[in-house]
Design a binder for this molecule. Structure first.
Ligand SMILES: *Cc1c(COP(=O)(O)O)cnc(C)c1O
Length: 358
């Protein structure tokens, strides 16, 4: 069976050797030695500071909204994982959708201003499949209207834009280290906050608001990661360049073999962005053909994923239904093809030959 993804697992002895340090110390959570070490290694690898590791990639979105004092309307993308919208609703804010750029799949800055009202306080956009949003245009609009900018960068490990980590663009940036992501800690994530004062507030918020054992800086929640998560991260990180190189090879194989297929198109990356090969999306010209491909691949135990589906403006628990024609159209016709470290080039060749035969 070939699934859309498979978690990279390091040799278990390497994981155990790191885990043993937590055992020896009898310290398994609350920003232990392993977590601090992983943060230091990530700071070096990514070339960023002002971040901390969290227990997943969703709580940072909620912490961002809470810490920035957002209570009203948040402009957001309909083309993302459900967590982007649900974080807004969970924090009792109102999502206001703005459609995406058809070629880039990220929120369309040209449509942003029309959605701004006197209640708009923030923009929460997703760098989809590691493809950066038009961060410059978004920043300009945000400054003009005094809005905060939060990015869901869950897909963006190691992505750079104009030579700088994508985690450095925006007021608060969240990423995910979930088992299905490029770099992972089983469950996990991180929050990046370039501004020092805001960083401190977010930091307090992720640890119950503690300011020392007996004092409270303010209201908080628990978004801490454990030493087990950190041990997984420390044992995966040494392999990350090898993982990315393999995924690059597989992606280029897909691209070469599928580029002339008249039934589909591949998505475009923004200029000046360095790719991380986190997903292999293909967009079919029509939905019926996508279903045929899905069926034929399933018949030989190959399972791509309809990602993302549905368009988030169609979530059943939203108050009002709005139409987002581009996002809805893409959602109805997109498949993410299998892409993971242990997938073999020959398997990609086989997947492509099935797709090309239909
Ligand atoms: C995975 C993902 C999340 C959620 O991250 P978790 O670590 O699973 O909480 C949020 N947004 C996007 C776009 C994702 O792909």
């Amino acid at each position: 069976m070939i699934n859309v993804t498979q978690s990279f697992l390091p040799p278990i002895q390497e994981f155990e050797a790191i885990l043993k340090r937590a055992w020896d110390k009898k310290w398994i959570t609350n920003r232990g030695e392993l977590l601090l070490e992983l943060e230091a290694e990530l700071a070096t690898y990514l070339g960023v500071s002002n971040f901390f590791i969290t227990t997943n990639g969703t709580l940072p979105l909620q912490i961002a909204l809470k810490t920035l004092g957002i209570t009203k309307e948040v402009i957001t993308t309909p083309f993302s994982y459900v967590a982007t919208t649900s974080a807004i609703i969970w924090e009792n804010c109102t999502p206001v959708f703005v459609d995406i750029e058809r070629d880039m799949l990220t929120i369309d800055p040209a449509k942003l201003e029309a959605a701004i009202t006197e209640n708009t306080q923030a923009i929460l956009a997703t760098h989809v499949f590691g493809n950066p949003c038009d961060v410059e245009a978004i920043q300009e609009i945000a400054e003009k209207h005094n809005l905060k900018v939060i990015y869901d960068a869950a897909h963006c490990f190691a992505v750079t834009y104009k030579g700088k980590s994508i985690f450095e663009y925006g007021d608060v940036i969240s990423t995910s280290f979930h088992a299905t992501k490029l770099f992972h800690t089983g469950e996990g994530g991180a929050i990046f906050v370039p501004n020092d004062a805001l960083y401190k507030k977010c930091y307090y918020h992720h640890n119950f608001g503690h300011n020392g054992p007996l004092d409270y800086h303010g209201l908080g929640v628990n978004a801490k990661a454990s030493e087990m998560q950190a041990a997984m991260g420390l044992s995966v990180l040494p392999y990350i360049d090898t993982i990315i190189a393999k995924r690059k090879l597989l992606t280029e194989t897909y691209e070469t073999l599928l580029k002339d297929n008249p039934h589909l198109s591949l998505f475009e990356f923004r200029e000046f962005a360095e790719k991380n090969y986190s997903y292999m999306p293909v967009i079919f010209k029509d939905e019926a053909h996508m279903h045929i491909v899905l069926e034929k691949l399933a018949a030989v135990q190959i399972f791509p994923r309809r990602y993302f589906y549905p368009s988030l403006n169609k979530l059943p628990y939203l108050d009002k239904s709005v139409s987002m024609p581009i996002s809805e159209d893409i959602c109805s016709k997109i498949l993410c093809l299998p892409l993971y470290f242990e997938l073999e080039k020959q398997q990609v060749v086989e997947i492509c030959s099935i797709i090309n035969s239909l």
